[in-house]
Design a protein around this ligand. Structure first.
Ligand SMILES: [Zn+2]
Length: 103
């Protein structure tokens, strides 16, 4: 897979790019971070708020507070993994679900 072929569009002014020298949009100055920037966690903490590209979703997400975002992301991951962990621990009982529905 060639990541360099990916095209991005500034979420504010719709300036389109596949490659840029600086991390800011040259038109509107918005801070745009893509995975290939490989910015360190500590730097993200200093930057605080910025737009971050999600390759899986093909969309920009505005991070208003990186530290906060990390906490939320971890929480979501926990919520996402919780049912999986539950399934691994004890087998699902369909009978139990029927009882909960009031049948
Ligand atoms: Zn822009």
């Amino acid at each position: 897979m060639n990541k360099a072929a990916e095209r991005y569009r500034c979420p504010k002014c719709t300036w389109e790019f596949g490659f840029r020298k600086r991390k800011r949009c040259p038109t509107c100055g918005t801070l745009l971070l893509i995975p290939s920037d490989a910015i360190r966690d500590a730097e993200l903490g200093i930057l605080g708020s910025f737009w971050m590209w999600h390759p899986a979703k093909q969309t920009w997400t505005f991070i208003y507070n990186w530290e906060e975002h990390k906490r939320e992301a971890l929480k979501k991951l926990d919520e996402y993994l919780a049912p999986v962990k539950l399934l691994q621990r004890d087998a699902v009982e369909p009978r139990q679900r029927q009882i909960e529905k009031g049948e």
